[in-house]
Design a protein around this ligand. Structure first.
Ligand code: FES
Length: 194
């Protein structure tokens, strides 16, 4: 089982891709491990902390939490404005089909107006969707406005992880509990939800 988990983790990490944005230098998507949690804390699925202040606008990083990737995206103002253009393509724009933790707080679906925090696991069969923030025609969508594409069976999600209509993935990418203390993002807990 452990070996299987390790293999899966390697596959997920292997799916991490480079990101390109007009006006923003090429940036690899780093996979950030948690800040030295103890082995016991890791086993219990302890929360992880990440300083997100150094992220570039438009950048995505992956953070490991409970052996699963969590995507953190720092949005540009343009990408948040562009969410409107994709609304008609979405199956569940208000996340009514899932337990949305921070419904209505921000366009990002998170507790921040600038960062999105979503599970990096496709809700179809568990592949890791790839980040494609470019607004340009893609083989899978001629009017692509940026978002996530799952290479396994073609599911599409917008820039904040909401699923498109007519794709295999049944629901939006879930938002894990989290909170921000200045630029320190904690994933895995939120006292306000307790
Ligand atoms: S696992 Fe993502 S579309 Fe099937």
């Amino acid at each position: 089982m452990q070996e299987k988990d390790n293999t899966r983790r390697k596959v997920l990490i292997g799916l991490t891709t480079a990101v390109s944005l007009s006006g923003i230098p090429f940036a690899a998507t780093p996979f950030i491990a948690s800040w030295n949690p103890s082995a016991r804390a890791k086993a219990a699925g302890a929360s992880v902390k990440v300083d997100v202040s150094k992220m570039q606008y438009g950048q995505q990083i992956q953070v490991a939490w409970r052996k699963q990737p969590v995507f953190v995206i720092r949005h540009t103002k343009e990408s948040l404005k562009g969410l409107e253009a994709t609304l008609s393509k979405l199956r569940d724009p208000n996340s009514e089909d899932i337990d949305e933790l921070y419904r209505g707080q921000n366009l990002t679906r998170s507790k921040s107006s600038e960062y999105t925090v979503i599970a990096g696991v496709c809700t179809h069969l568990g592949c890791s969707p790839k980040y494609h923030p470019e607004v340009e025609p893609k083989p899978w969508d001629a009017s692509w406005a940026g978002g996530f594409f799952c290479p396994c069976h073609g599911s599409m999600f917008d820039m904040v992880g909401r699923v498109f209509k007519g794709v295999p993935a049944p629901t939006n990418l879930p938002v894990p509990p989290h909170f921000f203390n200045g630029s320190i993002l904690t994933i895995g807990e939120d006292e306000e939800l307790a």
